[in-house]
Design a binder for this molecule. Sequence first.
Ligand SMILES: Nc1ncnc2c1ncn2[C@@H]1O[C@H](COP(=O)(O)OP(=O)(O)OP(=O)(O)O)[C@@H](O)[C@H]1O
Ligand SMILES: [Mg+2]
Length: 308
Amino acid sequence: MCSEIAEDPRRFFFFMGKGGTGKSTVSALAACFLAARGRRVLLLSLDPAHNQADIFDRPFSGRPQAVGERVRVAEVDQRHWVDRYLHSVQDHVQRAYTYQSAFNLDHWLDVLRESPGIEEYGMILAFQHYRRVEHDIDVMVLDLPPTGLAMKFLRLPRLSLRWLAHLKDLREEILRKKEIVHRIQLGRKELETDRILGRLKEQGAFYADLKTLFENPAATRIHLVFNPEQLSIRETGRICDELKEIELERCMQPVLNKAAGEEFPLPPELFPGRSVPRLSLSGRPLVGLSALHGFLGEQGERMDFLLH
Ligand SMILES: Nc1ncnc2c1ncn2[C@@H]1O[C@H](COP(=O)(O)OP(=O)(O)OP(=O)(O)O)[C@@H](O)[C@H]1O
Ligand SMILES: [Mg+2]
């Protein structure tokens, strides 16, 4: 494990799950609960369709705003981070290819801006930004979008590392071929100084650090929010399988939300041998700080799983 991560005392609590199960509400509750227990919290919405402004009943932006003692909230401007990502690509291409004027780079950036997969890059850049600048916190609570995009976000470091390994092999092969064609003995030197290879290595370090963080249960908790109804339970089973496949299962913490009582039995194969925390179904709308605190007061020890 990278020592910087091992020494970082901050924790990263992600909330994911099927649409409408209560990811945003439980994130907001978790942030208020942790702050009331003395933790300094940043609640960050990474969902392009933000919900936190509706829940706290006040507008938010990318700049964290205090909503109570020790708790601040920000909603990430996805467009801003996608643009930043594209500008960094443009910058690197221009530096690596001085003959780039032959390409119409602006046109390609416009195509990239609308390309599939760009959203999760924006999310990753935003997450890394807040992780880099927000040091005076104990916990970052991350409200994720519904399953599809959330899984892409969590998969991205792993997927990117696979791509980067192939691209690195390819670049090294190109440099070796170049050496043979030119019949010069500078091959090794060129391998060491090649800008593109350097950039691939830099990106490799960036994603390796994220992958290490995501896979570290001491730092990362992926709360899987679900409801006591069949479609939600089925999707939750599939999310568990996917988290297993990308080796994030050890960081996963299920949370049954809107559970009317203890009587709702979970299929035993869903979380074998695990007790699953249950939050009750509120009779009142969970909107505004006092409603959130009121609901927390009714939950007794049900939120204590966040403290372990
Ligand atoms: N424990 C609860 N009791 C009663 N209502 C709840 C509870 N948790 C969430 N809700 C309500 O359920 C609805 C969906 O909640 P929320 O917006 O938090 O879900 P979400 O998973 O973030 O949705 P989306 O996928 O759209 O982002 C909201 O009206 C919210 O107030
Ligand atoms: Mg939401």
